[in-house]
Structure formats: structure tokens, C-alpha cells
Design a protein around this ligand. Structure first.
Ligand code: ADP
Length: 468
């Protein structure tokens, strides 16, 4: 159980990020320490060696001027006046026997005898004499052969350097643990914070079911990639929600509206079957009623599908640039006979050469629906006026009739699927025409407006971007 939990934690991005952060942090601190340590050590040593070299040059010239006696005399003077920067000095003969030796009393724990046992013929210029009791301290000694064959050895204790480095190591050790802890906690806090939008995302995805499609991931407002991811994810959720709602709506409407024609269809078929006589005319009539009803069902289903597709952005628009004047002419031709039958005068006013980029078939369908409605809801002897033109870089197509009009309280409802005005029940229709018109226009990134006065007439205006 515990192991399982640990394994799960170690597999999280948060844990891995923390581990990486902390490792990089600890390693770079360690590198910094090692570099500083060696730099300090080298600087100290170079400084020591420089002062030994200077002293050596001085003593060589003294030795050349007056031999060991002058060196001894000068050393005595120095001992009196110089408080700091004392040197270990030894002059040895060719066989390494000591001729002169001066070692400051603080450095007495160095076993000077060992120097006499070293090989005099060694070519080493620098060597170290460790403290006799062990420990890190040592004497840094330089030696040089004097012109008469004797040896001059000058040295300095590295005590200060050793102490400083010891202090440096100790300080590092004391701050290392809080540093590592700081690295770990800091890394964990950073990755925890940075991954908060991802956790929200996971939480939201886990909580989503069909009833809670409204849930959204809170935005981190950080203007970074995670912010973008959250925004895109929320947008995707909104689209899915709209799709599901549209699907539900369509299903409800379909179920509701299919019931009537299907029941009628079944009734007609049952009635025909129950008849005792097999009069072919009666049966043919029943069959043609069945075809008519099933035609209604099919139209209803197709229109509902078209509306859903257009509303959800799934409708494929085959856009091309065409002449609006020609399209209007064709639609007029289609409805010419009906208009004549009803004694309705239809007029068109549009400047020539109106070009539009859109799905011609779909737009034709929308305009035909509007004209169909105008003809349906205009009484005999009425008038319909179609006008088109460009206003503020938009193509505006208006269809005005002198029909029955729409009461103000219904003006928002007419766009709903399957809505039919009370006054229009006498006319054929499914209540889907305007829903489809609106869906098609909006799929073209356009809009539709209606103005109407009951008893006087209605005016539907479509606004479309010229290059939609
Ligand atoms: P349908 O015409 O099949 O009933 P629509 O969706 O085309 O369905 O129209 C919805 C309703 O809007 C109609 O039932 C009618 O009440 C009203 N309507 C639409 N166009 C007009 C119009 N030109 N004049 C008056 N009423 C209209």
C-alpha cells in the first residue's frame, strides 16, 4: 500500500521536476564550493610562494656579499623589528649538514631534522615539510643552490591558509544541509505551483459527466503555454457542450415531432388493412397518404440535421463567388406561379453586378424559405419587395411583405425550432424554416433581423460579409 503510493508519487511530473531542480541546484552549489575552495587554496599558495621568492632573492644577494655571517646578522635585525611575515631559513653545506638555521618559535613542531635526511642532489625546487604531530599544517619550502655549492632553504608555514580552508569547509558543511533542504523544498514548491493548472485540468476532466458540462478549468492568468492550454481546453469543452446541447435539443424535437406523422402513417396503414374490400383505388390512396406522411418525416429529419450541422459548425459550406442578381432571379422564377395564383406582386430592386462569396445552394435555400414564408403569410393582393445592396461593406438582402405580421411578443420565438405562430396553423409548414435560415446565415458569419407589425407586414433582413 505504502510502496504503491510511493511508486505513484515518484512517477508524477511534480516529483520528477523536483528531483531535477534539486539535483541541478545541489550539483551547482557543490561545483561552486569546489571551485572557490581550489581558487582560495591556489591564491594563498601563490601569495606564499611569491613572498618566499622575494625573501630568497634578498638572502642570496646578502649571502653573496657576506656569506652565512651576513645572512645571520640580517636575520637577527629582522627578528627584532619584523613582527609578521617571518621565514624559516636554513643554510646547508653540500652534504646537507646545517650551517645556519632559523625557525620562528611558533613553528617549532616541524621536524627540521627530516630536512637533513633529504637527498641533497634532488632537483626539486619546492617541497613541503609536514607538521611532526600530523595534521594539515605544513611548511612550504623553496631551495636554491648557492654559487659556492651550499644550499639555501627558505620556507613559510601554511597555517593561515590551512585554517582559512578549514573554516571555509566547516562553514560549507554547516550551510550545506539547510541549502539542500532549501533546494528540495524550493523545487517542490515551484513544481507544485507550476503544475497547478494541470491539476485543475485533471480535476475538471475527472468531474465532467454529461450533466456537468458547464465546468471549466480556472485560468492561471500567467500568459504562458499552460494558460494557452487551459484556454484551448475550455474552448473545446464549450464546443462539446454546445454540440451535446444541440444534439439533445434535436433529439427532443425529433422525438416530439415525429410522433404525429408516424402515428398518422400507422393509422392510415391500419385503416387500409382493416378494410374488408380490397378496392385498389382506396388502397392506392392509402399508400399515397403513407408516402406523403413519410415524405414529411424525411423533410423534418433532413431539416433538423441541416440546422444542427449549421449551428454546430459541422455544416460543410461550399463557398464560391457568384452573382446575387442571378440567384435572386432563379428564386423568383421558382415562386412565380404561387405568387400569381395568390395575386401577390413580387418586385426586386438590386443594383447589377452584386457579387457574393458564399455557399450558393445554402444561401438560395435560406432566401427561398424567406420568400416562401412571405408568400404564405401575405394575403391575396398583397405585395412582396426584395431588395439587395451593399451597406458598410456588408451585403444586405431584405424581403418585405404586406402580410399578417408577427406580434411583438413572438418576434424572438420565431427562430426556435418547430415554433409555429398561432395565426399560421392554417398554412403548411414544420416550424423549421426560420431556424434553418438563421443557422445558415450565422454559419456564413452573418446575421438576420426582423421587423414586423401585426396586420401591416414583416421585413426580414440578412446581413452577410461580402467575402465570408
Ligand atoms: P413555418 O413557416 O413552417 O411555420 P418558420 O420557421 O418558417 O415555420 O416560421 C416560424 C413562424 O414565424 C411561422 O409559423 C409564422 O408564425 C412566423 N412567420 C415567419 N415568417 C413570417 C412572415 N413573413 N409573416 C408573418 N409571420 C411569419
Amino acid at each position: 500500500m505504502f510502496l504503491d503510493r510511493m511508486r505513484r508519487i515518484t512517477r508524477t511530473i511534480g516529483f520528477r521536476l523536483t528531483a531535477w531542480y534539486s539535483t541541478v541546484f545541489i550539483l551547482s552549489s557543490l561545483c561552486l564550493f569546489v571551485l572557490t575552495y581550489f581558487f582560495l587554496n591556489a591564491t594563498y599558495r601563490t601569495q606564499n610562494q611569491a613572498s618566499i621568492n622575494a625573501q630568497m632573492l634578498k638572502l642570496i644577494s646578502l649571502y653573496q656579499a657576506g656569506g652565512t655571517a651576513l645572512v645571520e646578522q640580517e636575520n637577527r635585525v629582522e627578528k627584532k623589528f619584523a613582527q609578521e611575515d617571518r621565514f624559516f631559513i636554513r643554510i646547508a653545506d653540500r652534504l646537507n649538514a646545517t650551517l645556519f638555521l632559523d625557525i620562528p618559535y611558533q613553528w617549532a613542531d616541524f621536524d627540521i631534522k627530516r630536512l637533513e635526511n633529504t637527498d641533497p642532489s634532488s632537483t626539486e625546487e619546492w617541497f613541503r615539510l609536514p607538521a611532526s604531530g600530523g595534521g594539515p599544517n605544513y611548511l612550504e619550502i623553496a631551495r636554491v643552490r648557492l654559487p659556492d655549492g651550499n644550499w639555501l632553504q627558505i620556507g613559510k608555514s601554511a597555517e593561515e591558509q590551512v585554517k582559512l580552508l578549514q573554516r571555509f569547509r566547516k562553514t560549507f558543511m554547516t550551510i550545506a544541509i539547510p541549502f539542500v533542504l532549501f533546494g528540495l523544498i524550493g523545487g517542490a514548491a515551484f513544481s507544485f505551483r507550476a503544475l497547478r493548472p494541470i491539476r485543475h485540468l485533471i480535476h475538471t476532466v475527472q468531474s465532467i459527466d454529461l450533466d456537468t458540462m458547464t465546468t471549466r478549468v480556472p485560468s492561471p492568468h500567467s500568459n504562458d503555454e499552460l494558460d494557452e492550454l487551459v484556454r484551448l481546453f475550455n474552448e473545446m469543452l464549450s464546443r462539446i457542450e454546445a454540440l451535446i446541447l444541440a444534439m439533445r435539443g434535436s433529439l427532443d424535437h425529433v422525438a416530439h415531432d415525429l410522433r404525429t406523422p408516424m402515428t398518422r402513417l400507422r393509422g392510415i396503414a391500419e385503416m387500409a388493412l382493416r378494410r374488408e374490400t380490397c378496392d385498389p383505388d382506396i388502397l392506392r390512396e392509402a399508400l399515397s397518404d403513407c408516402v406523403e406522411e413519410s415524405e414529411k418525416v424525411l423533410t423534418l429529419l433532413n431539416t433538423l440535421m441541416d440546422i444542427s450541422e449549421a449551428e454546430t459548425g459541422a455544416m460543410v459550406l461550399r463557398k464560391r463567388t457568384f452573382s446575387l442578381n442571378e440567384l435572386l432571379e432563379r428564386i423568383m422564377e421558382l415562386y412565380e406561379v404561387i405568387a400569381e395564383e395568390k395575386g401577390i406582386e413580387v418586385s426586386v430592386a438590386a443594383p447589377g453586378g452584386l457579387m457574393l462569396t458564399a455557399d450558393q445552394t445554402r444561401l438560395g435555400q435560406a432566401l427561398a424559405n424567406l420568400l416562401d414564408n412571405a408568400l404564405k403569410y401575405t394575403l391575396e393582393g398583397g405585395e412582396i419587395h426584395i431588395e439587395a445592396g451593399i451597406e458598410d461593406e456588408e451585403m444586405v438582402i431584405g424581403i418585405t411583405d404586406t402580410g399578417i405580421g408577427i406580434p411583438e411578443e413572438n418576434l424572438t420565438k420565431i427562430w426556435d425550432r418547430l415554433y409555429r405562430g398561432d395565426e399560421s396553423r392554417s398554412q403548411k409548414g414544420l416550424g423549421l424554416g426560420l431556424s434553418l435560415v438563421k443557422a445558415i446565415v450565422e454559419a456564413h458569419k452573418g446575421r438576420i433581423q426582423v421587423e414586423s407589425q401585426p396586420g401591416k407586414g414583416s421585413c426580414f433582413r440578412i446581413f452577410l460579409p461580402v467575402q465570408s
